[in-house]
Design a protein around this ligand. Structure first.
Ligand code: FAD
Length: 323
C-alpha cells in the first residue's frame, strides 16, 4: 500500500525495516557488475540519504521462499530463533540509487560466481523474482543509519576500495561539492569494469584493473590498490595535513585497536565524524586484509590521525559474511 507523507509522519516508524520487493530490471553492466533494479509500492518510503548507505539483501529459500522470514523491527532476534533450515540467508550491499517517485531502488552486485548465495542469486536474477530488502525508512527516526561517509570539513579526500566498494565510492563521488579535492582509487577485476562516474574536477578518479578486458584476473585483490594509494599519499603528504611521520602514539593506538579485532568480528572502524579542519579524510572499503594493511600504512607510516580514517572490511577472503 502506498503511504502518504502525512500518514507516515503520524505514526512511530522504525529507522530500518523490511521492504518486500521484486526485481524490475537486470542490467549486466560489465563482466563483473550487475545492476538490479527492485520495485515495490513500499519503496515510496525507502530512505534517500544515499552515499554509502548499506542495506541487507535477504535471499529466498529454495523450499519456501520468505514464508518464515519475520517482519517487524525485531526481525533479527526472531530470525535467529528459527531453525537453521528456515533461516533465509542475507548479505550486506550498498544502495546505488533510489527513485521514490518510481518506487525503485538500484543495487550493483559484484559477481564472484556461485561462491556465495548473494552472488549466485544475482547471477540468475530475472524480472519478477522476489526478495526482501532491510533498509532505512525515509520517515523513520534514523534515515542516516547505515551511512559511514562522515568527512567533516576537510581539505583533501581519499577514497579507496575494490569492486565491492565501487557502488559506494561512485555514489559518494556523485554527491561531492564542485570544489572538493582529493583522489579515488577503484580496483576492479577486469579492464571492462571501468565505469564512467561524475566527480568534481579536483578529485582524481583512478580505475585499477587486475585483468584485461576479457581475461581472467591475473593479480590478487589489493595488488594494484595498495601501491597506488601509497604512492599518492607519499606524493601528497603536505596536502594531507600530516605534520609528523607516524609516531609512537599513533602506533600504540592502532596496535590496541587491532588487538581488539576479535577473529569473528568484522574489521571495521569508522570515526564518529569529528571535524579535523584542514586535514585529510580517508574512506577505505573492500577485502578486509587489504583494507587493514592500507589503514596501517596511513596511520603508522604516513602519520594520519586514526580519526581521519574510516576503514571497513566489506568481505573477508575465504569466509562467508557472518549473519
Ligand atoms: C557495508 C557493506 C556494503 C557492501 N556493498 C556491496 C555492494 O554494493 N556490492 C557488492 O558486490 N558487494 C558489497 N558488499 C560486499 C558483500 O557483502 C560481500 O562480498 C558478500 O560476502 C557477498 O555475499 P555472497 O553470498 O556472494 O558471498 P559469501 O557467502 O558471503 O562468501 C562466500 C565466499 O565468497 C568470498 N567472497 C565474498 N565476496 C567476494 C567477492 N566480491 N569476490 C571474491 N570472493 C568473494 C568469501 O570470502 C567467501 O569465501 C558490501 C559489504 C558491506 C559490509
Amino acid at each position: 500500500m502506498l503511504t502518504s507523507i502525512a500518514e507516515a509522519g503520524s505514526r512511530v516508524r522504525p529507522a530500518y525495516r523490511n521492504f518486500r520487493v521484486e526485481v524490475a530490471r537486470v542490467e549486466r553492466v560489465s563482466p563483473t557488475f550487475t545492476n538490479i533494479t527492485f520495485t515495490g509500492d513500499d519503496l515510496a518510503d525507502f530512505g534517500t540519504a544515499g552515499l554509502d548507505q548499506r542495506v541487507k539483501v535477504v535471499l529466498p529459500l529454495e523450499a519456501n521462499g520468505f514464508a518464515a522470514f519475520p517482519d517487524g523491527e525485531d526481525w533479527y532476534t526472531a530470525w535467529r530463533e528459527l531453525p537453521g533450515e528456515l533461516r533465509n540467508p542475507f548479505r550486506t550491499y550498498t544502495v546505488r540509487a533510489v527513485r521514490p517517485e518510481q518506487r525503485e531502488v538500484d543495487i550493483v552486485f559484484a559477481g564472484h560466481g556461485d561462491g556465495g548465495p548473494a552472488s549466485a542469486w544475482a547471477g540468475r536474477a530475472r524480472p519478477g523474482d522476489e526478495i526482501v530488502l532491510i533498509g532505512p525508512d525515509e520517515f523513520g527516526p534514523g534515515r542516516a543509519v547505515g551511512i559511514d561517509w562522515r568527512p567533516g570539513e576537510v581539505d583533501t579526500l581519499l577514497l579507496a576500495g575494490d569492486e565491492t566498494a565501487v557502488p559506494a565510492i561512485c555514489a559518494i563521488l556523485e554527491s561531492l561539492p564542485a570544489d572538493a579535492a582529493g583522489a579515488a582509487f577503484l580496483e576492479v577485476p577486469t579492464d571492462g569494469d571501468r565505469m564512467s562516474v561524475r566527480a568534481p574536477a579536483g578529485v582524481e578518479v583512478r580505475w585499477l584493473a587486475r585483468g584485461g578486458a576479457h581475461d581472467a584476473e591475473s593479480r590478487s585483490h589489493g595488488e594494484l590498490l595498495a601501491p597506488a594509494v601509497r604512492d599518492w599519499v607519499v606524493r601528497h603528504l603536505a596536502d594531507l595535513g600530516v605534520t609528523r611521520a607516524g609516531g609512537d602514539e599513533a602506533s600504540a593506538a592502532l596496535a590496541e585497536a587491532e588487538r581488539a579485532d576479535l577473529p569473528d568480528t568484522p574489521l571495521w572502524d569508522v570515526p564518529a565524524g569529528q571535524s579535523l579542519d584542514g586535514a585529510c579524510y580517508a574512506w577505505l572499503a573492500g577485502e578486509a586484509s587489504v583494507i587493514t594493511g592500507l589503514r596501517r600504512f596511513l596511520v603508522r607510516e604516513a602519520g594520519l590521525d586514526r580519526r581521519q580514517v574510516a576503514f571497513m572490511g566489506y568481505w573477508r577472503r575465504g569466509r562467508a559474511e557472518l549473519e
